[in-house]
Design a protein around this ligand. Sequence first.
Ligand code: SF4
Length: 98
Amino acid sequence: MRALYVCRGGEKKVKILEITSMIGCENMCSYCPQEDLVSAYTSPKTSMNIEDFKYFLTRVPKNVILSFAGFSEIFSNKDGSLMIREAITFGYKVMKKD
Ligand code: SF4
């Protein structure tokens, strides 16, 4: 998970947590700074699994929208669809955009 930030939608403030579930997206779209991300990342763990995700969710307030539009394609992660289902099951609003 990469960042927590606040957007303004009219008068309403919305908290969004952007999720990057793995480092190094296999799609390598020309406009995406994947090489910068990979070179800056230093942890040996490069992929989030469903157990990691469940652990992180216990620390995220329910009014935060989960955005699966971080610096990786969520469906390239073998647990990606499970993460989305888990988030919805736990009552989070989710969004995905690439
Ligand atoms: S994260 Fe999205 S934009 Fe970036 S390479 Fe992957 S699919 Fe393309």
